[in-house]
Design a protein around this ligand. Structure first.
Ligand code: ZN
Length: 220
C-alpha cells in the first residue's frame, strides 16, 4: 500500500517547499496538508496555503487552535506586541510561540492517524533557525518516538529542510520546479506582505539573503 503523507503547511516559503517535496516523493494522490489558525496576525498566510493547495489539487484542512494565543501571547498574534528587529542575545525572539511545533505536530499526528496517514512532513530547520528549541532535529526525533508510543502507530516525521540553509531551500524549490510559486505566492513576512514582503522585517531579511545567495550560486 502506498504511504500517505500529511504536510504541516503555513503558506510560507519553507512549508510550501515541503509540500512539493512530499508530492514528488509520495505522489499527489497520497499527499494532503493541514494548517493551523492560532490567531496569527496575518491570516493571509493561510489564504496563501489554501490557494496553493487548490491550484495543485491537494486537500487542505485548517484547524483552529486559539488556545496557543491564550496560553502564550506573542508578537505574531498580538497587535500590541511589536516584532523585535534585533534578537536579544541568548533568548528566542519575541516572534517565538512557546511549544508551537510540539502542538502542531501532535495535532497533525492525530489527524493523520484518523485518516490512515503515517508520514508527517514539516519544514522546521535547524540551520537558519532563530533560536526556537522546537525546530531542532533532536526535538523532532524525540517527538517522533513519543507520538508512536502515544498512539501506538508508526509515524515517520520527515524534515527535508532540517540541515538546509535558506539558499539551499531556494535551490530545492528550483529543483522541484516551483521557484516562481514560492517566490510569488508564499508569505514569510512578519508584516503580512505576500511574495517579496516588506523587505524590512527579520523574516524578509533572511528570505532575501537566501534568495540572493542562491541566485549568485546559480550564476556561477
Ligand atoms: Zn517583512
Amino acid at each position: 500500500m502506498d504511504k500517505k503523507a500529511l504536510v504541516v503547511l503555513s503558506g510560507g516559503q519553507d512549508s510550501t517547499t515541503c509540500l512539493f517535496w512530499a508530492i514528488e516523493r509520495f505522489g499527489k494522490e497520497n499527499t494532503a496538508a493541514i494548517g493551523f489558525d492560532y490567531g496569527q496576525r496575518h491570516k493571509a498566510e493561510l489564504v496563501c496555503a489554501e490557494k496553493i493547495c487548490a491550484d495543485v489539487g491537494i486537500e487542505f484542512e485548517i484547524v483552529e487552535t486559539p488556545i496557543i494565543n491564550q496560553l502564550s501571547p506573542n508578537s505574531l498574534t498580538r497587535e500590541d506586541i511589536p516584532v523585535e528587529k534585533e534578537k536579544p542575545e541568548g533568548t528566542p525572539p519575541n516572534t517565538f510561540v512557546e511549544g508551537r511545533n510540539l502542538l502542531f505536530l501532535s495535532y497533525a499526528a492525530i489527524y493523520a492517524k484518523t485518516h490512515g496517514m503515517t508520514e508527517l512532513v514539516t519544514g522546521v530547520c535547524e540551520t537558519d533557525f532563530s533560536g526556537y528549541p522546537d525546530c531542532r532535529d533532536m526535538f523532532v526525533k524525540s517527538l517522533n518516538v513519543t507520538l508512536n508510543l502515544a498512539m501506538d502507530y508508526n509515524f515517520v516525521i520527515h524534515t527535508p529542510l532540517m540541515w538546509l540553509t535558506k539558499a539551499d531551500t531556494w535551490e530545492l524549490a528550483d529543483k522541484l520546479g516551483i521557484l516562481d510559486i514560492v517566490y510569488n505566492e508564499t508569505l514569510t513576512c512578519y508584516n503580512g506582505i505576500i511574495g517579496e514582503g516588506c523587505g524590512d522585517c527579520p523574516a524578509c531579511f533572511l528570505r532575501k539573503r537566501g534568495y540572493d545567495e542562491y541566485m549568485k550560486r546559480k550564476e556561477n
